[in-house]
Structures are given as C-alpha cells and as structure tokens.
Design a protein around this ligand. Structure first.
Ligand code: CP
Length: 302
C-alpha cells in the first residue's frame, strides 16, 4: 500500500472506489466483520486533535485492528529528549502496520514516509495539507448533494493556514464543471500556488471578500476556523478573527438545497443557532470521518 501524503495523489477512479467502499462500512459494522484483526495502527499526534485521532482509532477498532498512540507526542514521546521525527518513524514502523501522523511542520508527513517501512497517513502537516479530511469532505458533498460534479463550493475564512482547504481544492480538480469561490480578507488569502494549480486544471476560481454575494448561488459553504496558532503575530490574528460569521441572517441568503460544512473545531465562526438548520451538515460531516477512514485503512493495511 502507498503512503497517503497529499490530495494530489488521488484520481477520480480511486476516489469513486474509496467512496463506494466507505458507503459499505455501516454494513461491515452490522456484520461484525473484523478484516484487520491482528493489525496495529500507531497514531502519532504532535498537535492536538479530537476528530482525526478518535475517528481513525475508532475506524481501526471497528475493523478489528488495535491501536497504539501518543497524544501530545511533542511532550509525551521521546521527541522531548531530542529524538528526530525520522528516528521516531524508523522505530515506530517496527511496531505497527500503519502510522497516522499529525505534525506541526509542513512537509513532515513526506519526511516520515521517506524513512518508514510501513504506510504513513498524513493527518495534517502544519499549514500544508490534511488529505483525509478532504476525502471525508468530498464524501460528505457526494452523500448530501448526490453529486460533486457541477457544484459551486465557497470556501471561507483562513485560507492561508487552513490546510483542509488546500487539500479539498486539489481533490476537486478530479471533478467536472466545478466553481470555487474563495472568500477571505487579504491577510488570509488562498496560497497562489493552490489557486493557480486548480485553475490550470479547469476549475473556475473567483477570489472575493464579499461573503453575502458569494453565498447566494453556493451549493456548499465551507467555513473554516482562523488558525490562531499559526499566525506570525497576534495582531494580524485579531484583525482577521470574527470577520466572517455564519449566523441565522446569513442563512437567509443560502439556497434551500445547499449545505454548510466545517472541518471543526469551530471557534465562533458558525453560531450555535445555525445548528438546528437542516442545511448545517458539519456534524454529519464529522461522522462520515469514520467510514471514510475505515475504507482508507482497509486499503492501507490489507
Ligand atoms: N477536522 C480536524 O482535523 O479536527 P481535529 O483537529 O479535532 O482532528
């Protein structure tokens, strides 16, 4: 099996197969099939996580596998004693069948893969990518709207440091007739290389700071958290924070069939009053993480 490092490594056929497999996972649970019995997943998280770590661990256990893990690996692994990421991976790859790695440095997953004897899955590398989040995001769009082709996706907020939007943008290049509107203040625009790359692959891209206008013909509003921990200065963070908030008033501009997504956690950018609206898909999106990660682990571990 291959490492899962970047959204760029997936093609349409692989995505279709993965989502078909993810759709079968609820049945696996009912039949109590345990195809990964005897396999071990090591989850190495150098940054905090709720959804990614728990959904991967839950996915592995539901498939009959077992998990070894270190939460806060920055302090509770031998990294605190000065061990390099490369040495950690060389050793952990002797103990497990797959490594799920979250790290604060962009490019860390690729470095890890270069020395690992077992598949490495990138669970977020700094402000770089978060490919498995983007896979479950696409799966959510497909299950909620019935199609990904032909959709207009509006990505909002911190598009510079929000790694999920980088991966999602790249995955969308596998689909037909996609429009992407990036809504952000000038301080947190989508990186030029992402914008240029997806435009070169046929996606119609618009950049704006006008959320109300962008919302009106959106099929998906993809809201993001302003990534305070990645800003070079708190001053810039304060300028950007709270700039775009989805509230009941904003929902009045949104089409009835459209959905609101968010990789979560949120920090005030979608008000809790919106949660009861059937178009609020972010908790269903988080739930899909288990099925998509089960499908991915089957691919990596069998
Ligand atoms: N979406 C996401 O990556 O959430 P966590 O940081 O809780 O894993």
């Amino acid at each position: 099996c291959e490492h899962v490092i970047s959204a760029k490594q997936f093609n349409r056929e692989q995505l279709d197969r993965l989502f078909q497999e993810a759709g079968r996972m609820p049945m696996y649970r009912r039949l109590l099939e345990r195809p990964l019995n005897g396999k071990i997943m090591a989850s190495l998280f150098f940054e905090p996580s709720t959804r990614t770590r728990f959904s991967f661990e839950s996915a592995m256990m539901r498939l009959g596998g077992q998990v070894i893990s270190t939460e806060n690996a920055r302090e509770f692994s031998s990294a605190i004693k000065g061990e390099t990421l490369e040495d950690t991976i060389r050793v952990v790859s002797q103990y497990a069948d797959v490594i799920v790695l979250r790290h604060f440095e962009q490019g860390a997953a690729r470095r890890a893969a270069s020395v690992s004897e077992i598949p490495v899955i990138n669970a977020g590398d700094g402000a770089g990518e978060h490919p498995t989040q983007a896979l479950l995001d696409l799966y959510t769009i497909q299950t909620e709207l019935g199609t990904i082709d032909g959709t207009h996706i509006v990505m909002i907020g911190d598009l510079t440091y929000g790694r999920t939007v980088h991966s999602l943008s790249m995955l969308l290049t596998n689909y037909r007739d996609i429009r992407v509107t990036y809504v952000s203040p000038p301080q947190t625009q989508i990186p030029a290389h992402v914008r240029e790359e997806i435009a070169a692959k046929g996606i119609r891209v618009v950049e704006t700071d006008d959320l109300v206008k962008a919302v009106q013909d959106a099929d998906v509003l993809y809201q993001t958290r302003v990534q305070k921990e990645r800003f070079p200065s708190l001053e810039v963070y304060e300028e950007v924070k709270g700039k775009y908030v989805i509230d009941p008033h904003m929902m009045e501009h949104l089409q009835q069939h459209a959905i609101i997504m968010h990789p979560l956690p949120r920090a005030g950018e979608i008000l809790p009053e919106v949660d009861q609206d059937p178009r609020a898909a972010y908790f269903r999106q988080a739930k899909n993480g288990v099925d998509v990660r089960m499908a991915l682990l089957l691919k990596c571990c069998l």
